[in-house]
Ligand binder design. Sequence first.
Ligand code: SAM
Ligand code: DTB
Ligand code: SF4
Length: 377
Amino acid sequence: MSSTAPVSRSVPVPAAVALPLPTAAPLRYDWQPAEVEALLGQPLNDLLFAAQAAHRSWFKPNLVQVSTLLSIKSGACPEDCGYCAQSAHHETGLAPERLLPLAEVVAAAAAARAAGATRFCMGAAWRNPTDRHLEVVLAMVQAVKDLGLETCVTLGMLTAAQASRLAAAGLDYYNHNLDTSPEFYGEVISTRTYQERLQTLEHVRAAGLKTCSGGILGLGESRRDRSGLLCQLANLPAHPESVPINLLVRVAGTPLAAAAPLDPLDLVRTIAVARIMMPASYVRLSAGREGLSDECQALCFMAGANSVFSGERLLTTANAGAARDRALFARLGLACEETSLTGRTTPGACDKTGQRADRGAGAAQAAGAAPAPAVAP
Ligand code: SAM
Ligand code: DTB
Ligand code: SF4
């Protein structure tokens, strides 16, 4: 017997919002926190479908860009970032180290290249580099570039002149994260302002460097804070070419050592929404990957993550090692992306250079990307 009684639902269904159609939509720079918060709360299937559509309209869906990290100067950082093992404000037991000698950096970069990395990222625990430190880093950038690797450095705040010198040395990317929303920032870091972060990003863009900027989840932030972070990133004058999404690695001795663990599906949701908002950017599944199951990582790739850090270590904490990644990529049918710099080629890899040249509407179509399917809200 048929019944017209309403179906009872055990979970509340969020109000539907129109999920953006990536097909021919111009890149947007006017995202509002309320709409992004609503996107973050959409049914997961709808989010994953929209994120996949966005991803496939700009990227080959089964390629992952692989970077390797090296801490070139660890610990004793004057900043008080509540999550960080390297802050001098926290007792984490990390022994501070001097700036690594050039030969050690080159050896690590050569090993990373041999292991399949295409980008080598060097991090220093500074509030900002002195000009003397910068001289040493410039030599490192040039030497790593000579190995045929893309280069990225993260050195803290930069002046306009320092950003220009890094660009002149051939640096490809500068990493400088906004980390969280402007409203929550002061709960995590008190030794610098959000505005100072934005200022450095401006210097990086003005110098013609590619921007790597993202955030960190699991700090105790709300969904609204995640939406605030994503709006800040996506409303920059140009979307960052690379958007790392870190999951807090809880380090003993830091103020966030006992932070409540994040629901891993909130990481998946945040990656999906980052992919929808910045469809032409690499979205990197960054710190915290070691603690995720293969299945959760698979969901992150399904949500549009297309970049990872490889290797046994991040800066000071453990990372999913190369062997586990090889096995995971084989399970998922993923291949590592190559760049023209390494001289190795990936058949059918997207030529991002052409696509990003104008950073404007329809760049995907101009570069011949396949149209994405429509998404029903
Ligand atoms: N000192 C530079 C700076 O703060 O810009 C660069 C290095 S810092 C380690 C780079 C980023 O790593 C931070 O912005 C944060 O997003 C991430 N990070 C640091 N410690 C982390 C942790 N314990 N867990 C997850 N991500 C972390
Ligand atoms: C980013 O967003 N994540 C990387 C890189 N940029 C420099 C750093 C992760 C650090 C994780 C904690 C550690 O190893 O100290
Ligand atoms: Fe220093 Fe960067 Fe760590 Fe903050 S995140 S304490 S700036 S190394």
